[in-house]
Design a binder for this molecule. Structure first.
Ligand code: GAL
Length: 675
């Protein structure tokens, strides 16, 4: 991973859209940025129609002045290519490059992302505008990093996409026999006898072919990556020393396998907009940050966008407020878990446009506002926390995340539409988070998949599993790893074909169990388990020929049969969960397994709602402690709190919604000083 050039310490700023404002506002912007200690802004993300109002006619004098002004004000720039928002002339000139839905509806200009990334005209235009920016700004002293596009994730079903999909499939399967076999073409008369018959998954009568749909997502991940790489290479050629990145969007509609993309970016950058208000936003924040750190190869990364004062509850269709203390906690939680700073969408709230009420560091009310006070406070804090940037986070526990398993589980032909991969991973992560254990995320399909150094591994609903991954997991357990596997793992191979002989196919022998039937539960139903626990969402008719039942079903059709099992394997253990344990049960079980594995909480005995993360650089250690609760708590810590500038030790009170960042002195140095 590489860093924005010319920046020491932590990055602070956000998306800046000067094209929406008169020049007099730019001057005020830079002065407010200085006041808030903003040192980095992303410029030009959606400025294509301003930069190129007519084909090939570039108007850049305004951008020259913006960059000069920012440079004079000491603010560095992440210069974006504007290719996520093609201008009106482009769509008129190239209607074939407008995106088409699965229903065959061609979408029109009028929003953003109105392109098909497989359309040659779009790719040419995108490369051309990136080339223009690279040539013009290659030597500008404000340029710290390139930001390609915005949140790659748009798919299309047009003829260009279909042709590119066929090319991708030929590459993957070689010939039609391979394709027909992988897609189970014998089912419902879907064997192809000519490549021209193979199409993208369009709206169809009933259930679509699951492997076709899965491959379409994989194809789009690769196609979008190719579009990114083309622009990146243009920028790299002009400025080999300036890092290039793109901002990842995290959502289950996104057809991007970020684990596979991460070797192609110079710095992993994510956007994060947690949608929950009931305390889940904090877990979501921790998970997103751990995911980003893992994508970055456990090295630092960057929170490129977050919301200054709103939580977007898209499903509910309503925005919820985000109080300043929550904004600070979320920002610092990202920093604690390896982000090289905190960036926002956006610097200044616009006067109009589709996102007119999205939040900003400078809100509609202006600088005389609680929001801008919070902006300034965060700037001060981040400046004071610059030294923590040297630290890295170490984890001995890991959880798996596999984009393709998530896509496969979305197919409506699955046994329960109430199972969501993201929820399964979130539930397992929540249990670990509530144990106070720091967790990495491992991506089994990534070239970097490696379990070395982990003592505990949780595989929630890892539906697709290759033999190689199953073998690697088994070898790791034999060598002393403590494995926890949940239902719906190892069921299918990478082509989404079920492994025969009983579930969980690829892991059956390792776990010593065999399930012969899935019996999913209605969303509101629960099933009693022994030990006073409950299960929900899922249950399985399970036998444990070579494992010890730890919990059994205590009611219902499975009463008396194993629900949770444990098997000793070599120097390790392998646990299987055939139902979704209630949250406390899940946490308690993982706490027992973590203790057996020697995985310790960061802050043993911390009260509920307290999150602690430690960063380490040689002898230097920083402990970030967050009280996400609504009442003050006491924690047993010591060191110099960089937030309050106090030296603390022993039972230290931390206010509700409060944060401490303790510079913990290494015991060796403390002893020396004491003598
Ligand atoms: C992000 C996107 C921004 C803006 C923001 C909304 O996902 O990158 O451009 O739309 O959401 O707050």
């Amino acid at each position: 991973m590489r860093w924005p050039n010319g920046l020491d310490g932590l990055c602070y700023g956000g998306d800046y859209n000067p094209e929406q404002w008169p020049e007099s506002t730019w001057v005020e912007d830079v002065s407010l940025m200085r006041k808030a200690q903003v040192n980095l802004v992303t410029v030009g993300v959606f400025a294509w129609s301003r930069l190129e109002p007519q084909p090939g006619r570039y108007v850049v004098d305004w951008l020259d002045r913006v960059l000069d002004l920012l440079h004079d004000g000491g603010v560095k720039v992440v210069l974006a290519t504007p290719t996520a928002a093609p201008p009106p002339w482009f769509s008129l000139a190239h209607p074939d490059a407008l995106p088409v839905t699965a229903e065959g509806v061609r979408l029109h200009h009028g929003s953003r992302d109105t392109y098909c990334a497989a359309a040659p005209a779009y790719r040419d235009a995108a490369r051309a505008v990136a080339t223009m920016l690279a040539e013009r700004y290659r030597d500008h002293p404000a340029l710290a990093m390139w930001h390609v596009h915005n949140e790659y994730g748009t798919i299309c079903h047009c003829p260009h996409a279909a042709a590119a999909f066929r090319r991708w499939l030929r590459e993957r399967y070689g010939d039609l026999d391979g394709l027909n076999q992988a897609w189970t073409g014998s089912f419902w008369s879907q064997s192809y006898s000519d490549w021209a018959q193979v199409d993208v998954p369009r709206a169809t009568q009933y259930l679509a072919n699951p492997t076709q749909v899965l491959d379409f997502r994989r194809f789009w991940s690769d196609e979008l990556l190719a579009a990114y790489v083309e622009q990146r290479d243009v920028l790299r050629r002009a400025t080999p020393d300036v890092p290039v990145t793109t901002n990842y969007v995290l959502a289950d509609w996104v057809p991007v396998d970020h684990a596979r993309w991460s070797s192609e970016v110079d710095l992993v950058a994510i956007d994060h907009y947690p949608g929950e208000t009931d305390g889940r936003a904090e877990e979501q924040t921790a998970f997103a940050a751990d995911l980003a750190r893992s994508w970055a190869g456990r090295r630092p990364w960057l929170l490129m966008e977050s919301a200054p004062n709103l939580i977007y509850r898209y499903a509910e269709g309503v925005y919820a407020g985000k109080e300043p203390d929550r904004m600070l906690r979320h920002s610092l939680a990202h920093v604690a878990r390896g982000s090289r700073g905190a960036m926002f969408f956006q610097w200044r709230a616009p006067r109009g446009g589709a996102e007119v009420f999205h939040s900003a560091m400078v809100p509609h009310a202006g600088a005389d506002s609680r929001t801008f006070q919070a902006t300034t406070r965060l700037g001060e804090l981040l400046t004071g926390l610059a030294e923590t940037d040297a630290g890295t986070v170490a984890a001995h526990a890991a959880i798996s995340w596999d984009a393709a398993s998530g896509w496969a589980l979305q197919h409506p032909g699955m046994p329960s539409r109430h199972i969501s991969y993201a929820d399964e991973v979130a539930a397992a992560y929540r249990a670990l988070w509530r144990c106070g254990v720091t967790t990495d995320v491992v991506c089994p399909t990534a070239a970097t998949f490696d379990l070395t150094g982990y003592r505990m591994l949780v595989l929630p609903a890892l539906y697709l599993m290759s033999d190689a991954v199953a073998d690697a997991v088994a070898a790791w357990v034999h060598d002393g790893g403590h494995l926890v596997v949940s239902y719906l793992s190892g069921v299918a191979d990478p082509a989404a074909q079920v492994r025969l002989g009983g579930y969980p196919g690829a892991l059956r022998d390792l776990l010593g169990v065999r399930a012969e039937q899935f019996l999913p539960l209605e969303p509101a139903a629960t099933v009693r388990l022994t030990g006073g626990r409950t299960g929900r969402l899922w249950q399985e008719r399970l036998t444990a020929p070579d494992a010890d039942p730890v919990l059994r079903y205590a009611a219902g059709v499975l009463a008396g049969q194993p629900a949770v099992t444990r098997r000793r394997v070599g120097a390790g253990t392998a646990w299987y969960l055939s139902t979704r344990l209630d949250d406390d049960g899940y946490r308690d079980l993982l706490a027992v397994i973590a203790a057996e594995a020697g995985v310790l909480p960061v802050l043993p005995g911390a009260p509920a709602g307290v999150e602690a993360v430690r960063k380490v650089a040689g002898d230097d250690r920083w402990l970030f402690v967050f009280n996400h609760g609504t009442t003050p708590v006491e924690v047993d810590v010591w060191g110099e709190d960089l937030v309050s500038a106090r030296v603390v030790s022993g039972a230290v009170r931390i206010a509700e919604g409060g944060v401490m960042v303790l510079r913990e002195q290494p015991p060796r140095r403390r002893r020396r000083r004491a003598h």
